[in-house]
Write a protein that binds this ligand. Sequence first.
Ligand code: GLN
Length: 492
Amino acid sequence: MSALTDLTLAEAARLLAAKKVSATELTQAHVDAIEALASLNAFIVTTPERALADAKRADGRIAAGEAGPLEGIPLAIKDLFCTAGIQTTAASRILGGFVPPYESTVSANLWRDGAVCLGKTNLDEFAMGSSNTTSAYGNVVNPWKRRGDNRDLVPGGSSGGSAAAVAARLCLGATATDTGGSIRQPAAFTGTVGIKPTYGRCSRWGIVAFASSLDQAGPMARTVEDCAILLRSMAGHDPKDSTSADIAVPDFAAALGHGVKGLRIGVPKEYRLEGLSPEIAALWEQGIAWLKEAGCTIHEIGLPHAKYALPAYYIVAPAEASSNLARYDGVRFGLRVPGDSLDAQYEATRGEGFGAEVRRRIMIGTYVLSAGYYDAYYLKAQKVRALIARDFDVAWESVDAILTPATPNAAFAIGENQDDPVTMYLNDIFTVTANLAGLPGIAVPAGLDASGLPLGLQVIGRAFDEETVFRVGRAIEQAAGFTAMPQLRAGA
Ligand code: GLN
């Protein structure tokens, strides 16, 4: 069975179309793999019956010559996307038992194109975190281990379940969301590929909101090509999301054939942080050398306001979260803890329903939006955000894409960084700028650290130019020749 779970999505699609493998066989192999590696805790809910029914329908459509672009491809869905008739929790107790009567646009697009639903993946509660240790449904275990060290590592977050499931070969691809790095950081921690598209590329309709001006859905998979295939299906204008862009969705996978010769690659000097680990610095240099070799020209650029990105993000994101999460009142969704009055019910429900990190964000967000502090914090952060976006506009005058490390470190052990929120927030140092500016960014595995853990590089591009981001990502993927595999995986 391991052969089927080791396929890339593109290979599986070819075998399905050629009728060399059936959707039912392919799905059964993944259902078995999920069961065998349940200890990773990558899924909150598995839907094996639904998956096999989807597969059966896919086999019928393939036989009838009516196959969609993802016909019979088994995928996992981050449990932040509402799925009609399947529990959706955002990894929070407050949504325990919530079964949406509607389907998110992104997941509906995948089913429209023939994909098979394996289940809902674990995440940090309400997508707040970088370690998948804030989930009410328990930690997710990274399928990778440090050499000679059996401790469980985090898969990154918040899309840790999707990342672990892709890396451990429990699915051919997964949906994820990225508000400050939640696709790219877990991709880097698990040796997988993840892209946060341009803000507005994918509809946010039916995705549980964290910070609406930053949230964006995207795919995770094991290759750049697989992400390109998935994004094409996920993306597209949706009248139900007023921030969804009415822009044609290109054939991202076709763009990969164009290579990178002549592309101008920017290297932001501000990202050479003091104290940057020598391993990450060397990987970055390696990436620069690879792209030069592939025919790109390299240009040092300035992103002078990047140093304020993290503090600005940790004001804007909690502010929006505190407003978005006001709807969880014990009346409309999920958990209800009764009290003597309506206020008491709200308090009891929210006190019991939200975990510590979510409560921290609500308090920070409420504080920065409060009358006396709005100008000092929230408004200031919004101004900084505009300056960060302008830095990129200037950069695009001289470069076509920007290369940076994806994360400042490799995966850490479960429990490490746990009692120090600020160290945890530093995980997002290289990723949040793209969210604040609304730009697409991809993380691609590029090497291993001294203990054998994957490290990733990030490529950021112009708004709605995911094609260039994919092309540069592919060049890195080809040069890196990353073939290392996690210790815990299907068939191993
Ligand atoms: N780690 C960041 C946070 O905790 C980003 C999360 C995300 O992108 N959803 O806010």
